[in-house]
Design a protein. Structure first.
Length: 315
């Protein structure tokens, strides 16, 4: 998987490919895992596609909250498509190789989508804050142009963070150990198999992880504290219930996504020593994207009604 060449009187290593160890399974369990992962991937793509189609075809859903939801669904289709197809193929394949360029590409897109989702979920929390705490100014503040700018800022933030992280990781040298104890190219396993000094890459990764996780998380917490105080001031219980229902689905998605990724990326290299890290990764790369559309559809009457109307019209 690598070859050596002389440079400056010492051996340097040029890695050609890595081997993704994934989940060691045999026989019937292998086939069962393959079927479960394939079904989860197809359902995730289908669910998110249905949400995008429903929002696009219903004028009643042309407001900022659903504009952000449509972009979240679009993001999650690509998010799972970067990881799951290779993961599914590797379950049955004997050849679990991934080229160095392929590994860096997968890592770049994965980090981009994860970071973008962090910021987008924070933006959605701010949208709920303005809608509930400043309802009269909501149409003025959350204009379509401003919403488009916020979405673009989320993607720029994700791309910038990913590019900085990758610029440090791609410079690392990798020795004879070319086996990645994971089912996709993530930062932690790559840092673990590097034979060069990875202290700068670790430091940059840790600082950026804190910024991209903690700043949006603090924004979400602050927004929901303000929402809670505002809702508690509403005199009628029906009014309070209606206000809470508009943000309950988003809050559930935030808790699922942030709790699983925070476990992994709070201190990547340290946390990676535990086998539980690989199982937690399955939660945020497979299970959470599968559940998110269901949470939004089951807890949001407008989306359910619009979805039924869309498919009744098409019939």
């Amino acid at each position: 998987s690598s070859f050596f060449y002389r440079m400056g009187g010492r051996n340097e290593t040029k890695v050609m490919y890595f081997i993704l160890l994934g989940f060691p399974t045999t026989g019937e369990l292998q086939l069962l895992l393959f079927s479960a992962l394939l079904l989860a991937y197809l359902l995730t793509v289908l669910e998110n596609s249905l949400i995008i189609l429903t929002i696009r075809n219903n004028p009643s859903l042309q407001n900022p909250m659903y504009l952000f939801l449509g972009n979240l669904s679009f993001l999650e289709i690509w998010y799972v498509s970067v990881i799951e197809p290779k993961m599914i193929i590797d379950v049955l394949s004997q050849d679990k190789q991934i080229s160095f360029q392929g590994c860096m590409t997968q890592l770049h897109f994965f980090v981009t989508f994860v970071c973008t989702e962090y910021v987008l979920l924070a933006v959605m929390a701010c949208d709920r804050f303005v809608a509930i705490c400043k309802p009269l100014r909501y149409p003025l503040i959350m204009s379509h142009r401003f919403c488009a700018q916020l979405i673009a800022a989320c993607w720029v933030c994700g791309l910038t963070t990913s590019s900085i992280k990758l610029s440090f990781i791609a410079r690392l040298s990798f020795c004879d150990v070319d086996r990645i104890n994971h089912y996709f190219c993530d930062i932690s396993p790559l840092l673990n198999i590097s034979c060069s000094d990875s202290s700068w890459a670790e430091l940059v990764d840790f600082i950026l992880a804190l910024l991209v996780i903690m700043v949006p998380l603090c924004t979400v917490v602050a927004s929901y504290i303000c929402i809670l105080f505002t809702v508690l001031k509403i005199p009628s219980s029906q009014g309070r219930q209606k206000a809470f229902s508009t943000c309950s689905s988003h809050l559930a998605v935030v808790i699922l996504f942030y709790s699983t990724t925070l476990f992994t990326y709070a201190h990547p290299k340290l946390m990676y020593t535990y086998r539980a890290n690989k199982l937690v990764s399955v939660l945020y790369t497979v299970v959470v994207p599968l559940l998110n559309p269901l949470i939004y559809c089951l807890r949001n009457k407008e989306v359910r009604f619009a979805m039924r109307r869309t498919f009744n019209c098409r019939r």
